[in-house]
Design a protein around this ligand. Structure first.
Ligand code: FES
Length: 276
């Protein structure tokens, strides 16, 4: 391997500032460090495209026979929604087609994910190249961190967390409501399992949040004086170790749940019914 050049680049700022080692190559890494950022950008890009299309199409988001509601349309609180899909009533009149029916929570859910500590790492590397990987210099001349707009908004994560808890409660209500099909009584099909698994994983992702961990046990000087908070903090900490896996799994289950509801609601497939 040839010796790295020690020429000082022109910029003189960022990783090329005077106080940094004089290495002009962006990286000396010879492994395929670019694979994880590439996979990240492909995964996030696919989700964003799918979710955007589905949020706007307004079709096959509600199955009237089994009362399955897509998570992308919950809560549906306008008169543009199917009447029985309005689990919490109609708070708004008809919405123009450029506003998604789930408009009330979609910005908050987007904000929750965008400001998530794990997703920050993922898209700072894959999209922002800041930096693209360990020991790979970023292309930006300056680093201002999260001290000014737009990145200072990242500090609002804890507030998005509170909204995400409310949304998880709403999704739980939807999953329970789906056990009461149009025919009456108790019903149970594959769609109920799909909705239930999705909501359980959403709770796991939400509760594994770093902000939740801080709310549970942060600023406590003496755990033994707060046994309940200590217990909760311990459980959240266990979940927190799987936060990255849950972040990706829940993106997948959100898409799968919406996709399954779409197939059943559009009568492309029949729901596999076990009871009623
Ligand atoms: Fe990921 Fe809060 S840190 S959701």
């Amino acid at each position: 391997m040839s010796a790295p050049s020690t020429t000082t680049p022109e910029t003189g700022t960022g990783v090329f500032s005077k106080t940094r080692a004089r290495i002009s190559e962006r990286t000396l890494r010879t492994d395929r460090w670019w694979v994880p950022p590439l996979v990240t950008v492909l995964g996030l890009g696919a989700f964003v495209i799918y979710a955007t299309v589905r949020a706007f199409v307004r079709t096959a988001y509600w199955d009237d026979r089994y009362h399955y509601l897509s998570p992308f349309y919950s809560p549906c609180v306008s008169t543009s929604c199917e009447p029985d899909a309005q689990h919490f009533g109609a708070w708004f009149g008809a919405l123009p087609s450029f506003i998604p029916l789930g408009f009330l929570v979609l910005p908050f859910l987007l904000g929750f994910r965008l400001t998530c500590y794990y997703y920050r790492k993922a898209y700072y590397r894959a999209v922002w190249f800041s930096p693209p990987a360990c020991a790979v210099a970023e292309p930006h001349a300056k680093y201002t961190g999260e001290t000014r707009l737009p990145l200072i908004i990242q500090n609002a994560h804890r507030y998005f967390f509170y909204v995400a808890v409310v949304v998880s409660v709403i999704n739980t209500y939807d999953a329970i409501a789906a056990f009461h099909p149009r025919s009456g009584g108790f019903g149970f099909g594959l769609g109920n399992i799909v909705l239930l698994v999705n909501v359980i994983l959403l709770w796991a992702y939400t509760l594994s949040c770093h902000s939740c961990r801080h709310i549970a046990g942060g600023r406590l000087k003496n755990f033994s004086a707060h046994p309940t908070r200590y217990w909760f903090w311990t459980q959240v900490s266990k979940l927190n170790t799987r936060h990255m896996a849950l972040a990706w799994t829940t993106l997948g289950t959100l898409v799968l749940t919406d996709f399954y509801v779409m197939l059943v609601a559009s009568k492309t497939i029949s729901d596999l019914r076990f009871i009623n």
